[in-house]
Design a protein around this ligand. Structure first.
Ligand code: DMJ
Length: 641
């Protein structure tokens, strides 16, 4: 009986809403119960009805216009007629229709009590230890924890072609190495020391494991060098971390691994490395000649630090040569790179240019290498790449917090023509707002982050691919990735806006609710149904938990010690230290010009650092980072209401 009343009530309500819209704008018949598509469709009708200047607005800044293609055109004609009278009477924007509700957002997000912050910090700490302790109990020395069956997981030896597993798991206690510096961030010096000793005593790279060079570099090499640097830092900002008898073993292990990765850089005509090596035997004879841009071009931070620590330029040289080779193959027309390349011919096999899978950390390491090593060519490449991204990938209104039109979004385009190739964005792209913060572009960072946060709110996770045209996931899994919380943390550092603490809390609560299982946190197999896979990737402890904890721990030595740190793409912390800016060798490429010719003026405008937050207008630091009207617009566009 109650159900029936409820259903009848809903139908009546729906019909009333339709009637009102029908009378006002002629929209009634389109407002169906399957509202995701239609609401979006209606948004464009509203947009057209109230657009101030249809001709100038309809230039190429509206990505949602592309959703509907020819249908949009037809609608545009009809609506332009229908709305002509109203627009001539009074110029309006559909955004105003949302204005009435702005307080709802301000109420929800504009404060975050200290007590809640402490509670969230504790929750993040417990989250880490639930995963870490269970890994140590049930899985170590294997690579990963299967959190549902409470078992360890190593490489899939029975199925060598299972690259989803074998690219990452090398039979080298991956999760422990990846988690080392998180232990220090959490202030657990004794467990850090115990873990370091375990690594020294048990890990060997003399294994018949074929791993991806990129994954071994960011997770293992990065984990080892970060732990080594923190251990040997004379200032000991994380407490008395060093211990008697430590004889640079982590650095030796890192060096040993890097030497085993070097064959990837041999016998390649372009200098772009092979994607995989066998740690014992080198590049497998049946290796493919194709690799992705991120895989080949994101080795410079770890390889460069290693070179500078041990005084051997080889590692930095091969990594830099790969970056230069990729860079030289960018399109002359757009300045964009593709996502997959043939390492012998230099031909682009994948011509898609985007910010997510296959490309993400390539951009990230151009800027981070510059921040760390101070090499001008890295910054020049980054700035040129950023300009091409803004010119060819970015759609939507010009300013995040001003004006009309769709929210800014970065789409996947053909590297040569700049034409949109598909209508999805992926979960990896959520790292980009964090990089924009490092580059001082907080405005764009705020908007892109808000879009991903809206998707998170809708599913309680980020689907691996989200189709903005269909307002639905294209690829449904979520393997506990850190990118959104990473950007949330960096935006909080830049703005100190309590909004980002709420985002962090939301993320943590959904992780607890949707991914916690018997012995850890599990990959979501299906973000809608919330079914799970028995896998906890190592980056959950090295990144997701670390960024969550740091978000709520304002007094962490990382923030308060007076030293500056950089996060590698795997979230490993490295001090920005003058010793990494000093090379013990001459120019690596003495006979060649730089990757870019020297600019006329050698003056470079530097990326912002943390003190830049003082330059953010006060209202942006303490009110909502994004006006309510735009937040609501984004929520609407991802189908949240
Ligand atoms: C991490 O291993 C790194 O952040 C990498 O750059 C890409 N993404 C995964 C986690 O999602």
């Amino acid at each position: 009986m109650q159900w029936r009343s409820l259903v009848i009530g809903l139908v009546v309500l729906r019909l009333s809403v339709s009637c009102v819209l029908w009378l006002a704008f002629g929209l009634g018949p389109n407002l169906s119960l399957g509202f995701n598509f239609h609401l979006n469709f209606n948004l464009h009708k509203l947009d057209l009805l109230f657009r101030e200047d249809k001709d100038t607005e309809s230039k190429d800044n509206s990505w949602s216009q592309r959703i509907h293609g020819p249908k949009y055109e037809e609608t545009a004609t009809t609506c332009a007629k229908a709305g002509g009278e109203q627009t001539s009477k009074k110029k309006k924007s559909y955004l105003r229709l949302f204005d009435g509700s702005k307080d709802e957002y301000a109420r929800r997000y504009s404060a975050f009590p200290d007590a809640l912050k402490s509670q969230m910090k504790e929750m993040a700490r417990e989250m880490f230890y639930f995963g870490y302790d269970n890994y140590m109990k049930y899985a170590f020395p294997e690579d990963e924890l299967n959190p549902i069956d409470c078992e360890g997981r190593g490489p899939d030896v029975l199925n060598p072609s299972n690259i989803n597993i074998n690219d990452v798991l090398g039979n080298y206690s991956l999760t422990l190495i990846d988690a080392l510096d998180t232990l220090l961030v959490l202030g657990n010096v004794s467990e850090f020391q115990r873990a370091v000793k375990l690594v020294i005593d048990t890990v060997s790279f003399d294994k018949d494991s074929t791993v991806q060079v990129f994954e071994a570099n960011i997770r293992i090499l990065g984990g080892l060098i970060s732990a080594h640097i923190l251990l040997t830092d004379p200032k000991q900002p994380f407490g008395p971390v060093s211990f008697e008898g430590y004889d640079n073993e982590l650095l030796h292990l890192a060096h040993d691994l890097a030497v085993r990765l070097l064959p990837a850089f041999e016998h390649t005509d372009t200098g772009i490395p092979y994607p995989r090596v066998n740690l014992k035997t080198g590049v497998p004879p049946d290796s493919i000649n194709e690799t992705c841009t991120a895989g080949a071009g994101s080795l410079l931070v770890e390889f460069g630090i290693l070179s500078r620590l041990i005084g051997d330029s080889t590692f930095e040289w091969v990594a830099r040569r790969a970056v230069r080779a990729l860079w030289s193959l960018r399109s002359n027309e757009t300045g964009l790179l593709g996502n997959v390349i043939n390492i012998q011919t230099g031909q682009w096999v994948g011509k898609q240019s985007g910010l997510g899978a296959g490309m993400d950390s390539f951009y990230e390491y151009l800027l981070k290498s510059y921040i760390l090593f101070g090499e001008k060519e890295d910054y020049q490449m980054f700035q040129a790449a950023y300009e091409s991204i803004q010119n060819h990938l970015r759609r939507g209104r010009d300013s995040c917090n001003e004006g009309e039109g769709d929210p800014p979004l970065y789409v996947n385009v053909n590297m040569y023509s700049g034409e949109i190739m598909n209508t999805w964005i992926d979960s990896l792209q959520a790292f980009f707002p964090g990089l924009q913060v490092l580059n001082g572009d907080v405005d764009n960072a705020i908007c892109l982050h808000a879009f991903y946060y809206a998707i998170w709110k809708r599913f309680g996770a980020l689907p691996e691919r989200y189709n903005w045209q269909l307002q639905a996931p294209d690829v449904l899994f979520y393997p506990l990735r850190p990118e959104l919380v990473e950007s949330t943390y960096l935006l909080y550092q830049a703005t100190k806006n309590p909004f980002y603490l709420h985002v962090g809390m939301d993320i943590m609560q959904s992780l607890e609710q949707n991914t916690k299982v018997r012995c850890g946190y599990a990959t979501l197999h299906h973000v809608v149904e919330k079914s799970k896979e028995d896998r906890m990737e190592s980056f959950f402890l090295s990144e997701t938990c670390k960024y969550l904890y740091l978000l709520f721990d304002e007094d962490n030595p990382l923030h308060k010690s007076g030293h500056k740190y950089l996060f590698t793409t795997e979230g490993h912390i490295v001090p920005i230290d003058k010793r990494f800016r000093e090379k013990q060798w001459d120019d690596l490429f003495p006979c060649e010009e730089g990757a870019l010719a020297e600019p006329e003026s050698t003056h470079l405008s530097h990326p912002s650092n943390i003190s830049n937050c003082n330059r953010i207008p006060v209202e942006q630091r303490f009110a909502l980072p994004l006006k309510s009207v735009y937040m609501r617009q984004i929520d609407h566009m991802v189908g949240l209401f």
